[in-house]
Design a protein around this ligand. Structure first.
Ligand code: CU
Length: 110
């Protein structure tokens, strides 16, 4: 009986060990967070963004816009229907539209 308990303990440890590992792998895979631009505005800011994830801007408007970093790290021109991507680094990503500077957004990246 004690042997059985040990075996059971080992099995549980293995299962317990594998479950978090696979869950960690799933969350570690880069995810794509889309910010839709429409009617002269950036759509809702994505939440839960992690370093290494992709942030994508998609322009659904009839005007050209941009996703331009405040710190100059990126400057993506987005003609109507166009998309552009960056890989997120940890911190606050602040951006605006260089054609319409009242359009602004900030994404928090962990
Ligand atoms: Cu714009």
């Amino acid at each position: 009986m004690p042997r059985m308990m040990i075996l059971l303990g080992v099995l549980l440890a293995l299962v317990g060990g594998f479950t978090p590992a696979s869950a960690a792998d799933a969350t570690a895979a880069p995810r794509v967070h889309v910010i839709v631009i429409d009617k002269m505005a950036y759509g809702p800011m994505p939440t839960g963004v992690r370093a290494g994830d992709i942030i994508e801007w998609t322009n659904h408007d009839i005007l050209e816009h941009s996703a331009t970093a405040r710190d100059g790290h990126f400057d993506i021109d987005l003609k109507p229907g166009a998309s552009g991507r960056i890989t997120a680094a940890a911190g606050a990503i602040e951006f605006f539209c260089k054609f319409h500077p009242t359009m602004t957004g900030t994404v928090a990246v962990k």
